[in-house]
Design a protein. Structure first.
Length: 474
């Protein structure tokens, strides 16, 4: 589309997710370049491409705050379920498959993950890429950036690592372990090459060592120093099963360990947190440290449902994450507000605070995600913010009688299929079932060849897949 101005006309409902929780009926959105120029009724503008949205609900683009794209090739394998394992035991198994990852597979799995997100209304993605194998080469973040630019998604790349040797208690295969110096050198490189501090930035870097129990202490200390020097954000997994090891190794729980070294604060967010105690939730709130809630692995792994009511009451920054394909299998972020809402209602008898509403669960995925990533230019539909949004056509028989409350629709009724269109930074990137930035059939063909060679042709995959699958059937 060559026209620099777009007018979304007569939207059935515009769910802004702004600070006033404004819902506009039969209204318009004027977009010029990357940003929203006006929202309201009867907007007129010359030389404008007009989109008829009279049957559409329009939402801010979803913001995914935790994912692992590289796992896309090893999902839907029943033998890799969490059944009767804690996270560390599970990692000891799946890392033996992750070690197969190479540069081409990073490209293709990133394409799979980003396409899945765009088709389901996600406009900003954070991916926690920590699988840097010795044979994959140094350009894995570069390949992800290549895909992000091609598809037009807003991308925060998490440069992760694992540095603790197996001889010192990790489950990291030697071929998948880096040194702290190698990690920091590449962090410096990708920050200098890709991180954009400007408003509406499409590419940013997050320094994100994988797990406190699988890296040396100096990795986290030095990562913290570099991030603060560069004024960029930090991320890691926390409160997801590692406390047993941390108590054995350091004599303290993982959040206290992070607090002691300063890996905490308004420029930090963690993933998962289902082990957090009430006292630890208070620490998150006091330090303004954020949390990405990933509801799918909570269900699949039989983990505790996090206490969102307490977190909300204390003011903890909250967003939602798809999580890796190995612990979710799917990559549809539209499912998360509803799953979050249902889980919190299921656990309501344990709570002493306000249970999040369906609309609040949507806001975790929009404005909440923006706050986790430290961005004030995305997350809601407002004049001056980025034109990141998606539309769904609700003029369908199956939704008749379910449209009374547009802001609650996604979390109460649900929408699991592709959206009608997705826009990022003022550009339509998915529309009428088609990704604008690539020819999907060609990407499928290339990715299939990579999958067959890398995974199905691997003796490692055959060994562990067959053994685990037989165990699962028993």
């Amino acid at each position: 589309m060559k026209n620099d101005k777009i007018l979304i006309k007569n939207a059935k409902s515009i769910i802004t997710c702004d600070s006033n929780d404004s819902i506009l009926k039969d209204a318009d959105i004027l977009i010029e370049g990357p940003q929203i120029k006006a929202i309201g009724k009867n907007i007129n503008s010359s030389n404008t491409h007009v989109i008829n949205a009279e049957n559409m609900f329009v939402y801010p683009g979803l913001i995914n705050t935790h994912h692992h794209f590289f796992q896309a090739f090893v999902r839907n394998n029943p033998g890799l379920d969490f059944v009767n394992m804690d996270v560390i035991q599970w990692l000891d198994i799946v890392y033996k498959l992750f070690v197969l990852i190479d540069e081409d597979s990073i490209y293709h799995t990133t394409m799979i993950g980003m396409a899945d997100l765009l088709k389901h209304g996600c406009t900003t993605a954070f991916d926690h890429q920590y699988c840097f194998t010795s044979h994959a080469g140094p350009n894995l973040i570069d390949r992800q950036m290549e895909v992000a630019e091609k598809l037009g998604i807003r991308f925060h790349a998490g440069r992760g690592t694992n540095t603790l040797p197996a001889s010192e208690g990790s489950v990291i295969p030697d071929k998948m372990r880096e040194t702290t110096d190698v990690f920091l050198t590449d962090c410096n490189r990708v920050v200098e090459k890709y991180h954009n501090y400007d408003k509406f930035a499409m590419k940013r870097i997050v320094i994100a060592p994988c797990n406190v129990s699988q890296s040396t202490k100096d990795t986290f200390v030095e990562a913290l120093k570099l991030a603060r020097q560069k004024n960029i954000f930090l991320h890691t997994h926390l409160g997801e099963g590692e406390n047993r090891l941390m108590l054995e190794r350091y004599g303290c729980r993982s959040l206290n360990w992070c607090e002691d070294i300063g890996f905490i604060g308004p420029d930090v967010w963690f993933a998962h947190g289902w082990e957090f105690t009430n006292e630890e939730i208070d620490i998150l709130a006091k330090t303004n440290t954020g949390l990405s809630h990933c509801p799918a692995p909570v269900v699949l792994g039989h983990f505790d449902v996090i206490d969102i009511p307490r977190m909300m009451a204390k003011g903890v920054r909250l967003g939602l994450g798809v999580d890796g394909y190995a612990s979710n299998d799917g990559g549809n972020m539209l499912e998360l507000p509803r799953l979050t809402y249902q889980l919190q209602n299921l656990s309501s008898d344990k709570r002493n605070y306000h249970i999040p509403t369906a609309y609040e669960c949507l806001k975790f995925a929009t404005s909440g995600g923006a706050k986790l990533l430290g961005r004030d230019d995305i997350g809601s539909l407002e004049v001056g913010k980025a034109a990141d949004m998606f539309m769904i056509d609700v003029n369908k028989l199956e939704y008749l009688g379910a449209l009374h409350c547009p802001e609650s629709f996604l979390a109460r009724v649900g929408w699991s299929g592709p959206v009608s269109s997705t826009m990022v930074n003022g550009k339509i990137v998915f529309e009428n079932g088609n990704l604008v930035g690539c020819e999907e059939s060609k990407e499928i063909e290339k990715a299939s060849k990579c999958l067959s060679k890398l995974i199905y042709g691997s003796d490692i995959y055959k060994k562990y897949s067959n053994v685990l699958h037989d165990k699962h059937k028993r």
